[in-house]
Design a protein around this ligand. Sequence first.
Ligand SMILES: *Cc1c(COP(=O)(O)O)cnc(C)c1O
Length: 280
Amino acid sequence: MWKIGMSEEIGKALQAVVDRVKQAAARRPQMLQNVTPRLVAVSKTKLPEMVVEAYQQGQRNFGENYVNELVDKSSNPQVLSLCPEIKWHFIGHLQKKNINKLLGVPNLFMVETIDSVKLADKVNGSWQRLRAANSQRLKIMVQINTSGEESKHGLAPEETVNTVKYIISRCPALHFVGLMTIGRHGYDLTEGPNPDFQMLLKRRRELCESLQLPLEDVELSMGMSTDFEHAIEVGSTNVRVGSTIFGERDYPNTPSPEKKSVVMTEEAAGKLERLAVTEQ
Ligand SMILES: *Cc1c(COP(=O)(O)O)cnc(C)c1O
């Protein structure tokens, strides 16, 4: 529910995350210093008013992972009138039947979750048809399933080079800007650098070598609420942070109505979260 006082909370939480992004960026090795990481505020399940509030605090990039929710939020009259420079990132699993709906989103900035040549082809074709008058290419990232979990969407890591090669050479309406991963949930950083992030770095090196691309032309979207600082320290250029900015999410469609009064354990909340992230 939207409450008085909530706006102040979002402002503070957002500012704290922005500061932490800057501090993490300053801790990066010298060779990574020149790019400022982009903060994508993930507003899924949250009200349009909360998006407007964060926008008014200076936030411009927002992420959503359900097409219908993104369509509704991006065309909300308040969002449209008060957030003219908003940049929407689609970060969820994209089904073919939803492509046209997604591409109609006002201020769609980037689709981070292209995970097959087929999907790239379809998005390319739709963008050419729908935005024929607009010569701007659509920014896309290729999502890699770095953890190899069956429940995760994303391309098998070894297909990265061929898929990107295909997109660059055969999808003229798409602008390939980088690689994205979600990675396994709840990785314990005391055990060392997150192997999923290392895998994404490795695939980028390989990609840049085989296609002769400069490293700085291939962004990395990795890092969420629990690990965005670590992700930045190892080279993420795009972090997707939701609950640390907007508060924990509750999912209204959880099975029993009694659930509402039950305080979930961290672990249970994590599981639920994973379902929401991976299933669609
Ligand atoms: C929900 C979501 C996030 C943000 O998760 P938090 O843990 O709330 O920061 C990031 N990326 C994707 C793909 C998501 O679905």
